[in-house]
Design a protein around this ligand. Structure first.
Ligand code: NAD
Length: 487
């Protein structure tokens, strides 16, 4: 059993296929770094196309018997996994704090507490779900049944790694699907602990399989494989497009949860202090490495000067430090690449005329670790940073003249994932929110609801996760056309 401590180094050498840990065939490994210290914390095997194929074969062989079990039996397995996640909370939180960089206490509550709840909740949702119903038409009657789509390939990113895995494999498995998971190569340790938990829960062999490795190798095998019925992908829009193209050759169902550039629209009537504070917090969570982060703050031009003062005060609360330090409110970025990319974006924004309200590229507070100072930049809509997903602790402030212009700016990117509207009343905020083309919008600081559908419009994707909406993604409809009333 893998135990993760503040300094441990783990060398994983197997994939999890057909209910067993199967030694990797190639000697090639992928390094995993502690993002606060830059020390090697683990290595995982670089899976091969053959290993991915074996996992798909195991999942396919397990499908008939797993999908024939009762929903109650499958739901009970999920509850065992929920208990296992709770029992291994310390290891999971430590793994994520080190590989992703989120401060430990926060990682425990959000990155592990969330998934623990979802495992139990999907069991409940499945038990309460209407699996079949009778539908009458002008000519006949049908029994419409919901069935699992089949073998599902799950490809996940590193930013909320355990949540993203859980939101795919838990509903897929309780629906009766079998799965092959390829976790992010950048934060794979939590996934390996989850595989240990699933093994302990005693799932039948082949229902859950995990192959480590790179997207263009293992991920692309899953996307193209004729025996995979559905790909559920979370990650960048770039990789999502590639997965969609490959999957189209075998007409798979494809669910994509992709990037974002969400706007927090602060209307003239809003409580400015609460709105600015709320927006800064919704941008900085996980050092801005959140797909639905509110990374554009749209403010009335007449209030711009006040906003700058409030934003500076709000961002000062985010003390930057290593993920294992108690005082840290904001950890490092996940990797050197990510840090360099984000610093490059800040430099571009400044070159194009952005006003530095807080942070910038100058003063990095730590010698080791992939740290970036939380940064707030005042820009106009023509700046590159008004469009590009930065995926770091960078908030841009864009002034608008009136409500119509605010809505036009909010809708002016290729993305449509999240956002917020702030006004004096919920009614006024909802009126504007209805005109913003995104999958979820926080009204006057309304908190995230883990049972409501989560997903994107436009190039932010095309599926929904969470609760019953997430379960339905993995189901087919079958219409049994009846001559007589159903029994
Ligand atoms: P990424 O696209 O680089 O990688 C995501 C996963 O896809 C990884 O497992 C990776 O190995 C795999 N992959 C990469 N290339 C592939 C290919 N050609 N074929 C198959 N698989 C491939 O993304 P990332 O850097 O891990 O995550 C950050 C991105 O994810 C951001 O753009 C963020 O907005 C997005 N994201 C979206 C959501 C959402 O729910 N909408 C949630 C979290 C992250």
């Amino acid at each position: 059993m893998t135990s993760i401590t503040p300094t441990s180094q783990s060398h994983f050498s197997s994939h999890y296929i057909n209910g067993q840990w199967v030694p990797a065939t190639s000697g090639e490994t992928l390094p995993v770094y502690d993002s606060s210290t830059e020390q090697l914390m683990a290595t995982v095997p670089a899976g091969t196309a053959d290993e991915a194929g074996e996992a798909v074969a195991a999942a396919q062989a397990a499908f008939d018997s797993w999908s024939s079990l009762t929903v109650e039996t499958r739901a009970s397995y999920l509850e065992k996994i929920a208990a296992g996640v709770k029992a291994r909370m310390d290891d999971l939180a430590m793994a994520i704090a080190r590989e992703v960089g989120m401060p430990l206490k926060m990682a425990r509550a959000i990155q592990v507490g969330g998934p623990a709840w979802h495992w139990g909740n999907f069991a409940k949702v499945a038990r309460e779900f209407e699996w079949e119903k009778t539908v009458a038409g002008p000519m006949g009657r049908s029994l419409v049944v919901r069935e699992p789509i089949g073998v599902v390939g799950c490809i996940t990113p590193w930013n909320f790694p355990l949540s993203q895995i859980t939101l795919k494999i838990a509903p897929a498995m309780v629906a009766g699907c079998t799965v092959v998971l390829k976790p992010s190569e950048i934060a794979p340790v939590n996934a390996l602990i989850l595989a240990e938990i699933i093994h302990e829960a005693g799932l039948p062999p082949g229902v859950f399989n995990l192959v480590n490795g790179l997207g263009p190798v293992v991920g692309e095998v899953l996307a193209t494989h004729p025996d995979i019925d559905m790909i559920s992908f979370t990650g960048s829009t770039r990789a999502g497009k590639r997965v969609g193209e490959l999957a189209s050759q075998s007409v798979k169902r494809v669910a994509l949860e992709l990037g974002g550039k969400s706007a927090s629209v602060i209307l003239e009537s809003a409580n400015l202090e609460a709105a600015v504070k709320g927006t800064v917090a919704a941008c900085m969570l996980n050092s801005g490495q959140t797909c639905s982060a509110h990374t554009r703050m749209l403010v009335p031009a007449s209030r711009y000067q006040e906003v700058k003062t409030l934003a500076r005060a709000a961002v000062e609360r985010f003390i930057v430090g290593p993920s294992l330090a108690d005082t840290s409110k904001l950890g490092p970025l996940v990797s050197a690449n990510q840090r360099d990319r984000v610093l490059g974006f800040i430099a571009t924004g400044i070159q194009e005329g952005a006003e530095v309200i807080a942070g910038g590229t100058e003063s990095l507070p730590h010698d080791k670790g992939y740290f970036v100072e939380p940064t707030i930049l005042g820009i106009t809509s023509s700046n590159t940073l008004a469009q590009e997903e930065i995926f770091g602790p960078v908030l841009v402030v864009i002034p608008f003249a009136d409500e119509e212009e605010a809505i036009a700016i909010a809708n002016s990117t290729i993305y449509g994932l999240g956002g917020a509207v702030w006004a004096d009343t919920d009614e006024a905020a909802i009126k504007v929110a209805r005109r913003i083309r995104t999958g979820q919008i926080d009204i006057n600081g309304g908190p995230f609801n883990a049972s409501a559908p989560f997903g994107g419009y436009k190039q932010s994707g095309n599926g929904r996760e969470n609760g019953v909406y997430g379960l339905e993604e993995f189901l087919e409809f079958k219409s049994l056309q009846l001559k007589t009333a159903p029994v």
